[in-house]
Design a protein around this ligand. Structure first.
Ligand code: DQA
Length: 151
């Protein structure tokens, strides 16, 4: 199984952001922890601060042959209908992840344009949000394979 992991703006600054919400690890350390935890899964990691670039990568994900996509769009979660529409176009297992609990922060972070175009949302547990998301993908993927065999 191969999973595309997409991060949005300011997530390249992990390690320098508010420790309470985001911890002290860097984005590279986050990538390493994920890869070490799930040795049998192939990951591609991508980070951008540009909305259009993120949309292009989402559009390409299915053609590139990924089985699933994890997205932490950063602040675009709360603003971008365009990213929502891009996610809606592609037929992959899609999971939204946040390090912090966006339901327990400022009111503007409670607006989430992408949650209902993803299969699941994990948040508030820093790196463990990603671990939970990947476990979800593993079981969704297995179910999908079983379904394919049944048909
Ligand atoms: C975030 C939450 C967003 O509100 C914020 O803009 C981010 C990170 C998170 O992972 O908790 O940049 O997506």
């Amino acid at each position: 199984m191969n999973i595309l992991v997409i991060h949005g703006p300011n997530l390249n600054m992990l390690g320098k952001r508010n420790e309470k919400h985001y911890g002290t690890f860097t984005l590279d350390e986050l990538y390493q922890e994920i890869a070490d935890y799930f040795e049998d899964i192939e990951f591609s990691f991508f980070q951008t601060s540009y909305e259009g670039e993120m949309i292009d990568v989402i559009h390409q994900a299915e053609a590139d042959g990924y089985d699933a996509l994890i997205i932490n769009p950063g602040a675009y979660t709360h603003t971008s209908i365009a990213i929502r529409d891009a996610l809606e176009c592609i037929d992959l297992i899609k999971v939204e992840v946040h390090l912090s609990d966006i339901e327990q922060r400022e009111d503007f972070r409670k607006i989430d344009y992408i949650k209902d175009v993803c299969h699941a949302r994990f948040m508030g547990k820093k790196i463990d949000s990603y671990i939970e998301a990947i476990k979800f993908i593993e079981s969704a993927y297995q179910e999908e394979q079983m379904h394919d065999i049944d048909v």
